[in-house]
Design a protein around this ligand. Structure first.
Ligand code: BDR
Ligand code: CA
Length: 313
């Protein structure tokens, strides 16, 4: 059966690839909307980016909403040092013609979930969790309508990428992550522990470039840009492709291995703010609120991504 999904995102090169993967998979995924959130770059810029990516894909029917301009309690932290000034540096994509919907992204989430049958919509979060948490705080009854949240965020064994102990998406809005982790909604977490195994090596990017279509070429330019930061930082043979793991998990869950554990987020200590404390060895009796993905089969992941991108213009 087709899964109904809403993509909540702050594009971002890897967010862009995730969106393209979802839009290239209409047999399995019914993308109800894309909702933008402040994260990699401020909201106005990443809402433009989302519109550019949707136009690139040719799926002009996908509604795009703008959500929260800043985290629940904190000032926004952005990541231009990774993603470039626009958040989508790399290819030159035309100024988008499709317009943002007028409704606020959080109001859209609430209205859509209120109208849905119980446990029918999956939320795919590729950025800070502000929009989802604000929707849950405003209308707690919508939790019962959500089938699952599949979120890119957090880290434990790989520790942090924006501070020594915190992953970017959780760090930007730890209070929002806390609301989501305590919501009782089934959560699958794609932490750095899984995404750091999914590297866009030269050979893998060459296969995508060889598709010859405009989306494949754009993906190579996007990832050529964003990988520079990670290559210098980690000295690896490619950059981690974080956000597309969320969509790949929906399409082919057997690409990933994980276990059901408790994850709690630090919201007090300045030193470890936004750290996701994963009880991977089940040392406590805290509730097992998260299906925590620890590893991924990168070769099969890139096979899937490449085959799906080949379907796009
Ligand atoms: C996450 O942070 C962002 O920069 C990426 O788009 C991804 O969602 C990885 O920590
Ligand atoms: Ca992202």
């Amino acid at each position: 059966m087709k899964q109904k999904i809403i993509i909540d995102t702050d594009p971002g090169q890897d967010d862009a690839v995730a969106i393209l993967l979802a839009l290239a998979s209409p047999e399995e995924l019914d993308v109800l909307a894309i909702v933008c959130v402040a994260g990699n770059v401020p909201l106005a810029q990443n809402s433009t980016n989302a519109r550019k990516i949707v136009e690139l894909s040719g799926r002009l029917d996908i509604p795009i909403y703008a959500g929260c301009v800043r985290p629940m309690r904190r000032s926004l932290v952005t990541a231009e040092h990774v993603h470039g000034k626009t958040g989508l540096d790399g290819p030159t994509l035309p100024e988008p013609k499709i317009e943002l919907r007028q409704q606020h992204g959080v109001d859209f989430l609430i209205a859509t979930l209120r109208a849905a049958e119980p446990r029918t919509i999956t939320l795919c979060t590729l950025g800070p969790l502000t929009n989802v948490a604000m929707a849950l705080v405003t209308a707690p009854e919508i939790a019962s309508r959500v089938r699952a949240i599949v979120m890119m965020g957090g880290a434990y064994f790989e520790v942090g990428n924006i501070t020594p102990s915190a992953e970017f998406n959780v760090y930007v809005d730890p209070e929002a992550a806390d609301v989501v982790l305590r919501s009782g909604i089934p959560i699958t977490m794609v932490p750095l522990d899984a995404s750091h195994g999914v590297l866009s090596t030269r050979a893998r990017l060459d296969r995508i470039g060889a598709l010859g279509n405009r989306c494949g070429k754009a993906v190579v330019k996007l990832l050529n840009f964003s990988e520079r930061f990670d290559l210098a930082k980690y000295g690896s043979k490619g950059a981690p492709l974080h956000d597309p793991c969320v969509i790949a998990y929906l399409l082919q869950p057997d690409l990933f291995e994980g276990r059901q554990i408790n994850v709690t987020v630090e919201t007090h200590s300045e030193l470890t703010m936004g750290m996701t404390v994963a009880d991977y060895w089940q040392i406590t009796d805290r509730p097992r609120n998260v299906h925590y993905l620890r590893s991924a089969d990168a070769d099969r992941f890139f096979d899937l991504l490449t085959r799906r991108l080949a379907r796009l213009p």
